[in-house]
Write a protein that binds this ligand. Structure first.
Ligand code: UDP
Length: 323
């Protein structure tokens, strides 16, 4: 198939492009390179530099591509930043998304696969979380993703498109060529590995007084190759709706650091820090729906394998893509 993929220079978008191309699909990447990396673009894909907020740019790009499906990764994704500047998030993630949807409808593209997030659920009453867990976002980032899910549901009802919402839990890991490189880096695993490399003195632990077994927050870490695989499975005709993507197993911040010490053989010093505003204590997926409806089965569910892949990439790219 021919896939029009926004955000293909970003972490999850670049890995999905790679997997699609490896499987023989044709890919057109649309990205503004604001937060992504030109080095992460796959040379086999056609690249269009453009910004979703510029309506003319996305209308033209989609008209030229005439794809069979859209995969929409391009977005801002930092919870803390969204609390500081919510409009930034609504403009890019919602208004930019509407421009993309207009362009897709104009070209009669039916399949629209959207990068959603467990942040649309906010602080859940219980874990693991199914797709029926009430969606009550606790920050503008999660709200912007939920708003766009709803916009796509109306497009399904009124225009007959086939939207798929893939609600990611904690994306991590790497392929041989592609890994995680954000500036500033706010995510746990890359920060742990930066500390292992000596790029930062210690890894901060944001709070150890949560109501969890060791007091630190629990998350469901899912390999990006497994996330990318779910996008390919969602291309099948007739697939629509929401799917949680996680391994169904939670690890605390302390457990992740301990596992990283084993995998890297480095000490990884820790510094205690206050809670980070907006962090829910536990987020763990029930991903049975993705297994049943998509036939999705994560290939790399083991945390140590995930850390080993991420560590290999960080060692090969000690300063990220700038290395
Ligand atoms: N975290 C931490 N130190 C860091 C980065 C993250 O203790 O340097 C914690 C964070 O508070 C959360 C968990 O690790 O409880 C996962 O955070 P991350 O930003 O990786 O993903 P999120 O779950 O926020 O999407």
């Amino acid at each position: 198939m021919k896939i029009f993929l926004t955000g293909g220079a970003g972490y999850i978008g670049s890995v999905t492009s790679e997997l699609l191309l490896d499987s023989g699909h044709e890919v057109v990447v649309f990205d503004n390179l604001e937060r992504g990396h030109a080095e992460a673009l796959d040379p086999r894909a056609r690249f269009v530099r453009g910004d979703l907020r510029e309506r003319g740019q996305i209308l033209d790009a989609l008209a030229a591509a005439r794809p069979d499906a859209v995969m929409h990764f391009a977005a801002y994704a930092l919870v803390g930043e969204s609390m500081q500047d919510p409009q930034l998030y609504f403009r890019n993630n919602v208004a930019g998304g509407v421009n993309l949807l207009d362009a897709a409808l104009k070209q009669k593209v039916r399949k629209f696969i959207f990068s959603s997030t467990c942040a649309t659920y906010g602080v859940p009453d219980r874990v693991p979380m199914t797709e029926e867990t009430p969606q009550r976002p606790a920050n503008p980032y999660g709200e912007s993703k939920l708003m766009f899910e709803k916009i796509l549901l109306w497009a399904e009802r009124l225009h007959g498109i086939e939207p798929v919402f893939l609600r990611y839990f904690n994306a991590c890991g790497a392929t041989e060529k592609l890994g995680e490189d954000h500036e500033p880096e706010t995510h746990l695993i890359p920060n742990v590995l930066r500390a292992a490399l000596g790029r930062q003195e210690a890894v901060q632990v944001f709070g150890d007084d949560y109501d969890t077994p060791d007091g630190t927050c629990v998350r469901d870490y899912i390999h990006i190759v497994d996330l990318a695989q779910a996008h390919m499975l969602a291309l099948r005709e007739g697939v629509s709706g929401a799917f949680n993507l996680g391994n169904g197993e939670g690890f605390s911040v302390r457990q992740v650091i301990e596992a990283a010490r084993e995998v890297t053989g480095r000490p990884i010093p820790v510094r205690m820090a206050p809670r980070r505003p907006g962090d829910p204590p536990r987020l763990v997926a029930a991903a049975r729906k993705a297994a049943a409806a998509l036939g999705w089965k994560p290939k790399h569910p083991d945390l140590r394998t995930i850390l080993r892949h991420a560590w290999a990439w960080h060692q090969a790219h000690p300063s990220g893509y700038a290395s």
